[in-house]
Write a protein that binds this ligand. Structure first.
Ligand code: PMP
Length: 457
């Protein structure tokens, strides 16, 4: 296609591109954002305007930042050498990445590659269901999820998702999924206060298991270590050990969805490493290749994996799952290079340091009128906005939209939680690239502060 002018591109966008998560009416009066370049945390749009991207590519992916020539070269070299061969064969970067992941997470034995977070979660659901059938537990297929967590866009992963806005109109959903309460202290579903509660949010897992038929029927629970899109919710330290004990009591596998929290986002390689917990399955994506290539995976312990090789005489008794592009050599080469960059540049250390600084700065905003709560870990934070600190009434959608617009007008792009669910629609989210500096954080927090000042009352 010949070079197009900016005007032609905008016209073509409006005429032919169906944007993700987007109400297209807005394009009748506005032009779309067309991103043309990036370096570090900065991106540039087609008009040459620069923005500080505080959410790593809108949906917390570009952990190593933009403009990494090494990533392009690693992918290029691999594609020239050997781009792809499907099915049961391995290839060198894919084997190396599986080995590297095991080095990072020695308690998870085997890695199954895929392309997206949703797919990785689908694989986890299929693995636990089939594993139970192979063990003769034919009724043990139910999967429980937390009511503010998100696990993906496909119908199975959406069935395991707790955010109403994402689910409305797309049902009926897959049978065998049901929810339990979230673990956000600021909006405790049990009306309790941390310190005087009995961690009812963890006990809720047992109540849900019992309600759904106990050990006979419940196969797994799925949780995000720190809930991302549901409002940046880090459970209290007692939570995961209690949940794990309950899972063990009922022989229920724990699936940890590290799609967002993986690869340094929280200051450790994986979010669950902040807690005393040992998941049976972990899924991850996004920061895995920092979105330079699509890449995701499911990792499982051998007690799950081994079930699939027990009976070689049964032609159906192995994991009959494939993603055509799972383990594409260019993607796993990108995954390896991404980890190498993170290690060489000590990005986890930077995330811990800058994360502490960012949370410290955000906590200073607590005295402002609209700030109800500040939550986070590492370079991953949320600022929940309320009109009344006592009743915790959320800001209106219009107010939230204005706060976001006023932040963006200062050249800083932050994220926010979903629009239409009360109590879920009012958190500004931050997940800058792990190369962020103090100056970047000052600029991000400064823009939020200015916007909150402007929008107070
Ligand atoms: N799990 C979590 C926690 C996510 O935040 C997301 C995406 N935002 C997914 C799964 C789904 O990932 P994908 O969009 O790559 O399918």
């Amino acid at each position: 296609m010949a070079e197009l002018t900016t005007e032609q591109l905008i016209a073509m966008d409006k005429d032919s591109l169906w944007h993700h998560l987007f109400q297209h009416k807005a394009l009748e009066t506005n032009n779309p954002l067309i991103v043309t370049g990036g370096k570090g945390l900065m991106i540039e749009d087609i008009s040459g305007k620069q923005y500080l991207d505080a959410v790593s590519g809108a949906v917390w992916c570009v952990n190593i930042g933009y403009g990494r020539e090494r990533m392009a070269k690693a992918v290029y070299d691999q594609l020239i050498e050997m781009p792809y061969y499907a099915g049961s064969a391995g290839n060198i970067p894919t084997i190396k990445l599986a080995g590297k992941l095991k080095e990072l997470l020695p308690r998870l034995d085997k890695t199954f590659f895929a392309n997206s977070g949703s797919e990785a979660n689908e694989k986890a659901f299929k693995a636990v269901r089939q594993m139970n059938r192979l063990k003769g537990n034919n009724e043990k297929y139910k999967i429980l999820y937390r009511d503010r967590d998100y696990h993906g866009t496909t119908i199975g992963a959406l069935s395991a998702t707790g955010q109403h806005e994402r689910k409305a109109d797309y049902g009926p959903f897959v049978p065998g999924f049901s929810s339990f309460e979230h673990a956000c202290c600021y909006r405790c579903p049990f009306g309790k206060e941390y310190g005087s509660c009995e961690i009812e949010c963890a006990q809720a897992v047992e109540w849900a298991i019992k309600r759904e038929g106990g050990a006979e029927q419940v196969a797994a629970i799925i949780v995000e270590p720190i809930t991302a899109g549901g409002g940046i919710i880090k459970p209290v330290p007692e939570y995961y050990p209690m949940v794990q004990k309950i899972c063990k009591k009922y022989d229920v596998e724990m699936i940890m969805d590290e799609v967002v929290c993986g690869f340094g986002r929280t200051g450790k390689w994986f979010g669950h490493l902040h807690f005393d917990v040992d998941p049976d399955i972990m899924t991850t994506a996004k920061g895995m290749a920092s979105a330079y290539q699509p890449l995701s995976c499911m990792m499982a312990k051998d007690h799950i994996f081994n079930v699939f090789k027990e009976d070689a005489s049964d032609p159906l008794a192995f994991f009959r799952d494939i993603s055509t592009y799972g383990g594409c050599a260019g993607s796993t080469a990108a995954g390896l290079e991404n980890i190498a960059i993170m290690e060489e540049e000590n990005l986890l250390d930077n995330t811990v340091k800058m994360g502490e600084y960012m949370l410290g700065q955000l906590n200073e905003l607590r005295s402002m009128d609209l700030v109800g709560d500040v939550r986070g870990e590492g370079l991953f934070a949320g600022v929940e906005l309320v009109v009344d600190k006592k009743t915790k009434q959320a800001v209106s959608e219009a107010q939230m939209a204005q706060v976001m617009a006023d932040i963006a007008a200062q050249g800083v792009l932050c994220g926010r939680t979903n629009k239409s669910l009360p109590g879920l629609n009012n958190t500004v989210t931050l997940a800058p690239a792990l190369v962020a500096t103090k100056e970047d954080i000052d600029r991000i927090v400064g823009a939020i502060k200015n916007s909150l000042e402007k929008n107070a009352k």
